[in-house]
Design a protein around this ligand. Sequence first.
Ligand SMILES: *Cc1c(COP(=O)(O)O)cnc(C)c1O
Length: 585
Amino acid sequence: MNDRSIAYFSMEIAVEDGIPTYSGGLGVLAGDTLRSAADLKIPMVAISLLHRKGYFFQKIDHNGWQTEQPAEWVVNDFLSEEEPEISISIENRKVRIRAWRYEITGVGGYKIPVYLLDSDLAGNSEWDRSLTHFLYGGDEKYRFCQEVILGIGGVRILRAIGYNGIKRFHMNEGHAALLALELLDEEAGKAGRNFVSESDIKTVKNKCVFTTHTPVPAGHDQFPFELFSTIFQDRQDFIDMRDCLCVELANNMSEHKAEPGHIIPSNHVQGKTINMTYLALNLSHYVNGVAKKHGEVSRSIFPGHVIDAITNGVHAATWVSWPFRDLYNRYIAGWCQDNFSLRYALGIPPNEIWGAHMKVKKELISYVNREANAGMDKDVLTLCFARRMTAYKRADLIFSDIERLKNISKNAGSLQLIFAGKAHPKDQEGKQIIRRILDMKELLKAEIRISYLPNYDMRLAKMLVSGGDVWMNTPQPPMEASGTSGMKAALNGVPSFSILDGWWIEGCIEGVTGWSIEEEGKRETANMENNALSLYEKLEHSVIPAFYNNRDRFIEIMRHAIALNGSFFNTQRMLQQYVTNAYFL
Ligand SMILES: *Cc1c(COP(=O)(O)O)cnc(C)c1O
């Protein structure tokens, strides 16, 4: 236990396919981070919640409307329950918490334990028992209590299990920020005080690392003062700290001027709120955004804070499909241990790259035909788009002008589109987008085959990022902090065709690693119409011709996606940067 020096806290972690304890990008990143930490033998331990009923199981009804069911899974099949038990105080009630253990094993056999906290224990009230059931479920109070369990319960469980050598606490997003309050409390306790001193703050800051993940205000948790005071009613020390640590009522986030077409509601941070992002910013010695551009945007949203950037990555071995794994094993010895060596993909013969791609593509096409009766053709250019369905991701951008789209498919070369993604249960706009895509499927069925695969998860993601010919992403800049699915595609030789935002600003070399969608010189002022025009132009004159008329060039782009982007946008490189810039082991 005492060999572990870094504790990684995340509200969601995608530990493996069958465990639905994640909703999307944040959780997959956390899982990939820990998988690479195990490969690199970085002495980490991780904390999250059990989420006994998952995020949700997505079904789409006959009207194209998403419905949600609890995700059913058998905890005992995957995890083992730990002995120690702790309790935390919520509204002056004692809530018992236990942890379930999962182990992530690296390429060399090194193991990273992941503890998933569970409040569903006898003796707790019905409501308290439900707190670790649904990821991002319930109301504001439910969410705040989950963060109390994660932050405060997480630190306590680590202590109870015997982790006493932890030097750094990494908060993956502000959800975990309350851990800093618990650490302050520990420091004050050690000094025999019942209040926190300046030196406690310094000590705690030195232990904390914070990664912020989104420029979208709704992604920064804020809770009313009254809620904080009610939940922590027996914790006068926390209530005393509230004003100095959690608030920065400059309303910076609402002053961050929205570019045309952006959706930053100006009333979002009015009133007295506890802002988890500020709490984390104020109590961390190192803060970073998740791509270079996101670092810049974060510095403008939070002036006065030093914010670095470490661009996200993905765990290579997890996301490479089997035909490419076989190929890399033959041509690039040791690529799993050393992801940088994927640069030698430039030496793999083009016909081998294409052969491997067609194997995965056939699997995907037969899957959509079998599951969704999609009638797709393995020789037709297939574009995939899969991510959380929410307004700023603009999954329906490609349908802005359907006559134009039909003409392109008819004259330049035919197209097939595969979509997937969940909308948050309360995101009505996100659900409308799903419905619109399904309407398009009907409307365009004579010209373009379209399929919407339900219940997007890691398993489906793996098929889509490898089996399509081109990976598409069309967010409203600068809302996509990083994005990681395009990185998974690159590892499978699938080029991206995307708006220049997040990681793609760094990863796109036009016509070499893929294609950008952007109006010359108008990145952040371009509206949806400009972006759609640029999408159609590029599709018609670059993407489709390369695929159908110049296959050698298309394969050249595939090879460069692997060699330039697969070799760099991985969690191995990312973690090495965390070690040198944030953890200083
Ligand atoms: C990778 C992944 C995501 C994140 O993709 P983005 O490109 O960041 O939107 C979301 N959900 C699943 C299941 C994934 O595998």
